[in-house]
Design a protein around this ligand. Structure first.
Ligand code: SF4
Length: 155
């Protein structure tokens, strides 16, 4: 096995720390005293139907891409029905649920309690933006392209 260069090691450590921060943000969101009840109806995963697509910062996208890889998949499908590419059509379940992006935890599903007000989570959004900058991101991108790009970087 070839030796890892100091530069690569530093980059890997920085990525590891950045992804740990994204996970802390998700964990903190779960402790917020805002009533939410996602029962995995997956309606919000139907982007074409809802007319809304989550935007991901780079840390969220890298975490989602790694989760996708960890599920044994490499390519991201391009569903023709406008659904999220990480929604399994046969079972209608999110294939990366534990690592689903921030928007999937906070956005517009009425059954789960409706969207969180920005003021309730703006501090967490700022932290995700900081991670984005640390990873060389250029701000949020729509979920399909953000995850596809993060997957390409993993290759
Ligand atoms: S990542 Fe998961 S929860 Fe989020 S839209 Fe896609 S399938 Fe739904």
């Amino acid at each position: 096995m070839p030796a890892i260069s100091p530069k690569t090691r530093l980059r890997d450590e920085a990525t590891h720390a950045a992804l740990a921060e994204v996970k802390r943000v998700y964990a903190e969101l779960a402790t917020r005293p805002v009533e939410r009840q996602c029962v995995r109806r997956t309606e919000c995963c139907q982007f074409k139907l809802t007319g809304l697509t989550p935007y991901l910062t780079k840390g969220e996208a890298v975490l989602a891409a790694r989760a996708w890889r960890a599920s044994g998949r490499t390519k991201l499908p391009s569903p023709t029905d406008g659904a999220c590419p990480m929604l399994e059509p046969q079972s209608s379940r999110c294939l990366i649920y534990a690592d689903r992006p921030f928007g999937c935890r906070t956005h517009f599903c009425a059954a789960a309690g409706g969207p969180l007000a920005r003021r309730e989570v703006v501090d967490l959004i700022r932290r995700l933006e900081t991670v984005d900058a640390q990873l060389g991101g250029d701000g949020p991108h729509k979920l399909p392209s953000a995850v596809a790009s993060a997957l390409a970087d993993l290759a």
